[in-house]
Design a protein around this ligand. Sequence first.
Ligand SMILES: Nc1nc(=O)c2c([nH]1)NC[C@@H]1CN(c3ccc(C(=O)N[C@@H](CCC(=O)O)C(=O)O)cc3)CN21
Ligand SMILES: CC(C)C(=O)C(=O)O
Ligand SMILES: [Mg+2]
Length: 276
Amino acid sequence: MSRTTIPDLYEKYEGGEPLTMLTAYDASIARQVDAAGVDMILVGDSAGDNHLGYDDTLPVTLEEALSNTAAVVRGTEAAFVVADLPFLTYGTSMAESVENAGRFLKEAGADAVKLETAPYGETTIEIVDRLTELGIPVQGHVGLTPQRRNEIGGAYVQGRDTDTSSPGEALVDTARRLEEAGAFSVVLETVSEGVGREVTEAVDVPTIGIGSGRYVDGQVLVTNDVLGLGAEPYSLSKQYADLDSEIRDAVERYVDEVESGEFPTRDNAFDPVDEG
Ligand SMILES: Nc1nc(=O)c2c([nH]1)NC[C@@H]1CN(c3ccc(C(=O)N[C@@H](CCC(=O)O)C(=O)O)cc3)CN21
Ligand SMILES: CC(C)C(=O)C(=O)O
Ligand SMILES: [Mg+2]
């Protein structure tokens, strides 16, 4: 089986089928997500809190993200792999943005990068224009942009009628500008359902929502939330498994069995010694 391409994604989108995307940060989870048939895997900077033990996405480094991306690529064969560019690995200068984004394709084997754009964020729109001109596909990301958490002040839904710093029309305009700059798709993070629909109607590239309602072209969630793996439940998400308790039970049984002498047995030994 060959890896999913942007034309493959567009064929599904144009056929009116919802696109599926989940995060992964390592080869073993990515292998299962891939085999289960997800269209795109996002190597999110959400690795910060979900994989690397930081409080949020801000501390994630370029080298950590490259390492996570390379592991996900090695573990997969079908999904389109999008590498999320960490905080301040883009936007500092055009040259640094291009060099850093390029490393995700050249060294880690990603199929595309993703970067966050603030409402009317001129700098990042220019970067998207440059990257796509050079052959680095870019997925845009508007709405809640967690790298701007110190600006925004928390995990707040964006684009509500009451939202003055990020009104719906700013998000629609910004998504349009990203499309013009060459973005092949735009992620909408926690925007009100009406804004999710407006943006989706305003652009001709697939919108991928997280907590952005039903009227978008595809869905992305954080896999830890889907699997119940070290994540707090959010109403925007849905938990399909409880890996925390599975893991805890298995490890407790292992500890008990080693302590009681139940494991290992003769069957677990090489060239076992015959008991006299
Ligand atoms: N593991 C994980 N999964 C996620 O889905 C996730 C993260 N991490 N980190 C940040 C983003 C943003 N997320 C969220 C989660 C909840 C609200 C939310 O309920 N906002 C309400 C209340 C905000 C408040 O009062 O704190 C709102 O009305 O804006 C928004 C964004 C979830 N996201
Ligand atoms: C939530 C998604 C869209 C993301 O950016 C991430 O996982 O880092
Ligand atoms: Mg992210």
